[in-house]
Design a protein around this ligand. Sequence first.
Ligand SMILES: CC(C)(COP(=O)(O)OP(=O)(O)OC[C@H]1O[C@@H](n2cnc3c(N)ncnc32)[C@H](O)[C@@H]1OP(=O)(O)O)[C@@H](O)C(=O)NCCC(=O)NCCSC(=O)C[C@H](O)C(=O)O
Ligand SMILES: [Mg+2]
Length: 285
Amino acid sequence: MSKITRPLRSALYIPGSKPRALDKARSLPCDAIIFDLEDAVSPDEKSAARATLAGALGEGGYGARLKVIRINALDTEWGKDDAQAARDMDADAILLPKVGSPADLEALAEIVGDRPLWAMMETPGAMLNAPAIAAHRSLQAMVMGTNDLAKDLQTRFRADRLPLMTGLGLCVLAAKAHGCAIVDGVYNAFKDDEGLRAECDQGRDMGFDGKTLIHPAQLEVANAAFSPTEEEADLARRQIAAYEEVIASGQSVAVVDGKIVENLHVATARETLAKLEAIAALSAE
Ligand SMILES: CC(C)(COP(=O)(O)OP(=O)(O)OC[C@H]1O[C@@H](n2cnc3c(N)ncnc32)[C@H](O)[C@@H]1OP(=O)(O)O)[C@@H](O)C(=O)NCCC(=O)NCCSC(=O)C[C@H](O)C(=O)O
Ligand SMILES: [Mg+2]
């Protein structure tokens, strides 16, 4: 069971320094907003961005969207001030970049208390320490930082992300083992819908809950890719019905479309329908 039960199909980064984008986000169809104080904000704008973000969150208006603040790492000149400021802002979680071990999360927890934490998974060390990071008591979600990971691994870009697969897989395993949500990395070419769709589909197939995004134009593709399809919903309903029928007749295995359906498949089918309901509830707000 995941520590976050609401949909996380789309998590849009918004530079904390851009009032227009901060305002626009109040009407965008994203499941989560990552208010960024790190890479999307230049060094000379860092402290002004902190104040701008505090103002925007104080004003509110972000509705049911999950609000996450990405601070700078604690070993930077801005990290501690960011953490103290974020502690007092109206947000659902604080996202720490460049997490290397649970000690990094512990250092943040010392400043922000029991606020829920998210971790950027974006270094080779983080991939190797993923299970220990996922086990931290305050951690609710992992976010892949595929740009930083590719940089540290000195990989070349490949559409199939083969060089990143080991890291992505390790983080998915660690997150699932500890009930954390996990959101895939960004797709930099924000005008390339086909490339984005392919990467979202790959992430969905791997078990990611959703995708981090850098531009509003990417929302529709990600929301669709991480929503159950009509065919999946129809199959789920038929599996549940067929299984209930065989159980009533004293058996334990049904067959639907030539494939066996056991209690574990029914659990997945129920999750599919629950996810659809959660998405519908979000859209209705
Ligand atoms: C990529 C951008 C710099 C493009 O900006 P811009 O040229 O302004 O785009 P548009 O003119 O097409 O914008 C149209 C309108 O949409 C608003 N907008 C744009 N981006 C966003 C956004 N992210 N959230 C909300 N609203 C947004 C504009 O304000 C326009 O609005 P309006 O004028 O009212 O029509 C820009 O999109 C951008 O800065 N994106 C975010 C970049 C970012 O956050 N980067 C850091 C996160 S990624 C990362 O760090 C990766 C990770 O750590 C890793 O290691 O992989
Ligand atoms: Mg990064």
